[in-house]
Structures are given as C-alpha cells and as structure tokens.
Design a protein around this ligand. Structure first.
Ligand code: SF4
Length: 217
C-alpha cells in the first residue's frame, strides 16, 4: 500500500455516515432548505470519505450531483418501481426475470445513496421488499436448476459485515451445485474502499469461495 493510501486508510478506518443535511457545512441555508424538501421524501445518506472528494467550488461537481439531493427529484414522473421488479419477485427478497439469473436483495442499506437510484423506493420506511433472511430465496434457487448465476444486491451487500455476508450468504450459495457464478452488486469500492482494504477476512472469504470453476465477481 503506498504512503498516501495508507494515510487515507488510517484516516477513514472508521467511516462516519452522514444522514442529516445539518452535517454538511458547505451548504447555504437556502440550499439546505431546498434539499430538505427532497430529503423528507427520499432519504439522504453519505459518508465523510465520499464528501471529502467533492469540489465545492464547482456547482456541477459530479460527485456532489450523485450524492446531494436535487429538487428535480420531486418532479412527478414515471414509477418508483421503474423496472417493474414486483412482477419478477418470486419469493420474499428474490427476483427471477432472466432464465439463468436470480437476484437476491440482501440488504436495504448502501454506503451512500445515489440520487439517481432506480431502487430508491427500497429505502423508504414502508418498503419491505428486502430481507436478510434469505432462506426462502435459497429454497427457490435450489428448486430452479436453470439458475446458474446469482446477483447479490439490495441495497449494497458489501455494507454487511463479513460475518453476516460470508457464511450466511456466500457459503450457502456455494452449497447449491448448479450455481456457478455469484455476482456482487456493490458501490463500496467508490463510496468506501476502506471497507475492503481494511478487512483481510473479506479477501480471505473471496479467496475461499471464488474458484476457477465457480467464480465470484
Ligand atoms: S449504490 Fe446502488 S443500490 Fe445503492 S443507492 Fe446507489 S445505485 Fe442504488
């Protein structure tokens, strides 16, 4: 690890999540008021590392636009379930749209929330589509032998601790013979790379369960 990465790794060893606009000192009072209207409907979440990447002098800073609420989110258009995922939900927390692929929604939290997220409905209080209990989903996959790859998603699976992610999810999937590929849908490398860099047990788990015949991506 080079010196500056090591320094950053130390600095953000314990990442601080920010969920209130009052925690963002760069905002003007007016901006905060406007954004609060959005936040009342669509939850805001970021962290001190990702915030440190924003160039606040640039009004169109792309990182800021990904993460900071925008009043245009309140324009009424389209559906909250933009991909009609309800139609493909077969059991609690499992979607099966394409023959060989199943999605397991294992976590409703992300390391930060993208304003453009097509699943932002999952982060609303009344939503119950995600479940940490994947037993029904595993049973469905076992009974549908055409499923040879499973995408772990949510929310972000890598926000879970390795102890909640490794044995209870990855190992259980590896026990199903016809599942060849496990994919992890994550934005943790961008939002909080130190989650990976500072956790040797996560890398160990990948080494154990990703083989030439059965890979984890
Ligand atoms: S990381 Fe993915 S699931 Fe989470 S808010 Fe961003 S796009 Fe949505």
């Amino acid at each position: 690890m080079n010196v500056s990465l090591k320094h950053l790794s130390e600095k953000f060893k314990k990442i601080k999540y920010l969920t209130k606009l009052e925690q963002i000192p760069q905002l003007t009072e007016k901006e905060r008021e406007e954004m609060q209207k959005v936040n009342d409907r669509f939850v805001f979440r970021t962290n001190d590392y990702y915030q440190s990447l924003i160039d606040w002098k640039d009004p169109n800073d792309p990182i800021k636009r990904i993460i900071m609420p925008d009043v245009e989110e309140l324009n009424e258009w389209g559906e909250l379930d933009a991909s009609n995922e309800e139609k493909y939900t077969k059991v609690h927390g499992l979607e099966h749209k394409y023959t060989s692929t199943a999605l397991l929604l294992v976590n409703e939290v992300c390391a930060a929330y993208c304003r453009f997220c097509f699943r932002k409905r999952l982060f609303m209080n009344e939503n119950d589509e995600v479940t940490k209990d994947i037993s029904e989903g595993l049973e469905y996959i076992k009974n549908n032998k055409e499923i040879n790859n499973v995408l772990l998603t949510g929310g972000d699976p890598l926000v879970l601790s390795t102890s909640k992610f490794g044995k209870p999810i990855i190992q259980k999937l590896r026990e199903i013979e016809h599942v060849k590929i496990i994919r992890i849908g994550t934005k943790v490398p961008a939002f909080n790379p130190f989650r990976i860099l500072n956790d040797p047990s996560l890398l160990e788990m990948f080494r154990k369960y990703s083989t030439n015949e059965k890979k984890i991506y």
